[in-house]
Design a protein around this ligand. Structure first.
Ligand code: NAP
Length: 336
């Protein structure tokens, strides 16, 4: 079966996901496009999906009879309305992170999906599909014993002046927040943030770097450094310390060179390159489940838990050094 897909939001990632579905993956075809800027949707139609219909609104696209499933890749603040509309229409929906910009918004989606009674939503937490994280999870489960601590870093070469302190949580740490829950099969109970001195490359509205400490229900302590003006590259580090040993996230493949009396490995500089393969795997997973009228992978519940945790981390930023408790309702059976 070919799943007929509509894409809402044809900016950077919407265009790239449309390309994946029409040119790389099996089992899907882009039949509908919509963007608040129609010229953007028309450009994707011209370049990638000549047979697609361009709709004036996301709601019209969702309602179209020939759209089987929806990709929501518009601005974060618009995700909730489209995901709720897709659930109301009973159509599988892949939503880029964030599922919603508030925990209350994400909870509304959870409640709607639970009321519908079947999974329809996959959240775009693509790190769960990254070969390195999958191998790390396997190493933790089979070799290094029960996890005790995690040391992690999310470093980015530079950001613009539009990037502010809370964005380090909502836009950057959000991926770690999700992937560590999945990696450790554990939930968070508290968050704390400490700020080293702000680096010279930062600006007035951004305290950079920062260290976020999350503690889980099983007592694992996770320290993550977020440093978005690190200058040297885009670098994701993760080391899990277990009872019997230590497992580290593999480095991206790079040709090692001996040159000019130096042993060298390149470091990536663009985030788009770091998890490029995992986007293919996550969307293939979406197409497979959508063909059966459902969704797999990261759930609405995962999106909600990430939003609750992110809110706690931002509260911890505002109260530097204080431990902020994280609480959430019990998990609905749909997400067991
Ligand atoms: P982008 O390039 O700005 O694209 C967003 C597009 O959505 C733009 O074309 C924008 O139109 C359009 N749009 C805004 N409001 C809309 C609405 N109400 N209805 C329909 N379209 C609307 O941003 P992006 O980088 O692609 O990011 C999109 C989403 O994906 C964000 O939530 C982001 O966090 C997420 N993302 C996730 C990853 C990941 O690693 N998983 C990576 C990148 C992005 P105009 O710009 O013309 O106004």
């Amino acid at each position: 079966m070919t799943v007929r897909i509509g894409v809402i939001g044809t900016g950077a990632i919407g265009r790239d996901h449309a390309r994946r579905i029409n040119q790389v993956l099996a089992g899907g075809k882009i039949v509908a496009l919509s963007d608040v800027n129609p010229a953007s949707a028309e450009a994707v139609k011209a370049d990638i999906a000549p047979d697609a219909t361009v709709y004036a609104t996301g709601e019209e696209l969702i309602a179209a009879a020939d759209v089987d499933a929806v990709l929501v890749t518009s601005w974060g603040a618009t995700h909730e309305q489209y995901v709720l509309a897709a659930i109301a229409a009973g159509k599988p929906c892949f939503c880029e992170k964030p599922l919603a910009t508030t925990a209350t918004g994400a909870k509304r989606i959870v409640d709607a999906e639970v009321a519908f009674g079947r999974r329809l939503v996959q959240v775009g937490f693509m790190r769960r599909y990254d070969a390195g994280y999958v191998a790390l999870k396997q190493a933790i489960e089979t070799h290094t014993g029960a996890p005790v601590m995690v040391h992690a870093a999310h470093r980015n070469p530079a950001v613009t002046e539009a990037y502010t302190t809370p964005m380090a949580i909502h836009d950057t740490l959000i991926h770690e927040i999700d992937v560590f829950r999945w990696l450790l099969e554990d939930d968070y109970v508290s968050a704390r943030v400490t700020f080293p001195r702000t680096c010279a490359r930062s600006h007035a509205k951004l305290r950079d770097p920062q260290i976020v400490t999350l503690t889980t229900a099983k007592g694992v302590v996770i320290n993550t450094e977020i440093f978005v003006n690190c200058h040297y590259g885009y670098d994701i580090q993760c080391e899990v310390v277990g009872e019997d040993g230590v497992a580290s996230l593999p480095e991206p493949m790079a040709v090692q060179m001996r040159l000019g009396a130096k042993l060298q490995n390149s470091i990536l500089t663009d985030w788009k390159d770091r998890f490029v393969a995992s986007y293919d795997v996550e969307l293939q997973d979406f197409l497979k489940a959508a063909a059966e009228g459902t969704a797999s992978g990261p759930t609405s519940w995962d999106g909600y838990m990430a939003a609750v945790t992110a809110d706690a981390c931002v509260a911890a930023q505002d109260d530097e050094g204080a431990t902020v408790a994280i609480s959430y309702p019990s998990r609905p059976a749909l997400y067991a």
